[in-house]
Ligand binder design. Sequence first.
Ligand SMILES: *Cc1c(COP(=O)(O)O)cnc(C)c1O
Length: 387
Amino acid sequence: MSTPDLPADRCALVVDLAAIRANWRAVRQSFTGAGVGAVVKQDAYGLGIAEVVPLLAALGCRDFWVADLTEAEDVRRSEPSGRIFVLHGLCGGTPHDFRMLGAIPVLLDMSEVEAMARAATDAPVTCAIHLDTGLNRLGIGLEDVRRLVAAPDRLKRLQIAAYVTHLAHFSDPGARANAWQWRRFSAWTRRLPPAPLSFCASSGVFGPRERHADLARVGSALYGVETTPSRPQPIVAAATLTAPILRVHDVPAGREVGYSGAYRTPSARRLAQLGIGYGDGVPYRFHSDAYVLIAGHRAPVVSTSAMSLMSVDVTGLPEQTLRPGQRAMLFGPGLPVDQIAAAAGVAPNVVHVRAGRSAPRFYLPCPDDAGAGTAATARPLHAPQMV
Ligand SMILES: *Cc1c(COP(=O)(O)O)cnc(C)c1O
């Protein structure tokens, strides 16, 4: 990928919009249900709602999933049509607020279901219902489902756009818990009024078709973040984090580097100081070996990161790779964000979202490719089924 002009004095997160398009297409191709929706919470995982939403809308994405009403407003500014599902439920808003915004609350407990039903005095109101099949976070459980099944009139005035559930063991496709959640979801929704089923996030769309259901909610895969290490996905990195080399210097053996002696040179080392730190979203401490790439060469991270600085060991790297103006890559194509995240003991999205929200962002445009079929093809909804 060609790099836009980056500020020589600052780190940069470069977002490759063509990579997001390629990932969107890979997801569309794999998913057999009616529609793929894009999860764009946390400013599209740090890559920017204002840039990502119009791109996906142009590619045929009609459903956008956000955490709260404020994010729903951000999406609406970028995408005048399309549905916006709000995962945190009513968020203190009224059904009227949602209607005005064209947003759909994913109701997260019985009190929200009842509040929504009460609000539907004149006409039916549109909502989605979160079912808690095993994550024990959001959604109504078996007892509530039984109550609704026993008194179906309570749901009569609700236009249910989707039943939603979320996997606890998404990163382990073979986990028995996933099969149990699918079984509960299928059994419960079979007894409730019919509505599209939303079961899959990124990990699911490349998984078994029998569990695809109707509406996918995909975040990580669009942004090139792997969620199932044991079953690699056909996606490409969409974000590249780089930082300028500020200084290269030789440090004798036995010297402390960084605050509180977090690192001591075991021998004479050559170090480079990078213009990036925890203030730009990189982890503070690494529990195991982390490295950056400088002109394709590995340079191990040493010491803790500072607010805007990070030290790496460049001993033995070719002199010409260490000239001023040279940049180090922390993650991007060829260096998955998983590496630095695993070394810090966090999930890849922790690093991805923080860097995206903290570091200055730049965009690689997405050239048109005529005739590539950007519109999503509509397919029939599955009937809710029992397994
Ligand atoms: C964040 C989120 C998603 C997206 O998950 P990815 O693995 O990033 O695709 C889907 N559903 C719910 C309920 C979520 O909170």
